[in-house]
Design a binder for this molecule. Structure first.
Ligand code: AMP
Length: 190
């Protein structure tokens, strides 16, 4: 099993890299953002609970996202590992993930931390807003998402640094260059 978490600020390119990684390594792609957007699109009770929070750029509760992940993992078969994308986003989520994976005897191999300068992140997010029309991609909400990231999510990198499992990647290059860097890291830790 190869268990990887993709980490980085909004707009770092996690979703784009995730698609390439899961294809090459036959991993299950577990994006909590995608799962939540699907609940909202399907009009489920969970979706109704999440909609206001996601549209303000705030984080959902740890219990909510951990339940989503646990439920999804329980139904997955025939994969060579998991790629967590946008999860864990708090230290409490990271601790819960560590517990879950160590129970199944397949701990996280590494956290891939993609970083990009702030101006470039903002440019990418505003560009994506024009193309995808995501409700949480306008300037005010984007700023809120960065605030949440700095306050609650950045400490997750320290949590994995302390375990010697955090790998930094410069995300300012082309999609293929960034992927090549990530693939080199994955080859060395799988
Ligand atoms: P993303 O698509 O990963 O940028 O996530 C979009 C939004 O979904 C975030 O701004 C949060 O509101 C919510 N979300 C996604 N993943 C998580 C998580 N692990 N914990 C809390 N909220 C999350």
């Amino acid at each position: 099993m190869l268990n990887i978490a993709l980490f980085g600020p909004p707009g770092a390119g996690k979703g784009t890299q995730a698609k390439k990684i899961v294809e090459k390594y036959n991993l299950a792609h577990l994006s909590t953002g995608d799962m939540i957007r699907k609940e909202i699109a399907d009009g489920t009770e969970l979706g109704r609970m999440a909609e206001g929070i996601i549209n303000r750029g705030e984080l959902l509760s740890d219990e909510f996202v951990v339940a989503l992940i646990e439920n999804r993992i329980a139904h997955l078969k025939d994969v060579d590992g998991f790629l967590f994308d946008g999860f864990p986003r708090t230290v409490a989520q990271a601790e819960k993930l560590d517990q879950m994976l160590s129970k199944s005897g397949t701990p996280l191999n590494g956290l891939i931390s993609i970083d990009v300068p702030h101006d470039e992140l903002m440019r990418r997010m505003l560009q994506r807003a024009k193309i995808e029309g995501r409700a949480d991609d306008n300037e005010e909400v984007i700023e809120n998402r960065f605030r949440e990231y700095r306050a609650k999510t950045l400490p997750v990198a320290d949590h994995y640094k302390a375990q010697g499992k955090c790998f930094d990647v410069d995300g300012f290059g082309s999609v293929d260059d960034v992927f090549a860097t990530i693939a080199t890291i994955l080859e060395s830790i799988k």
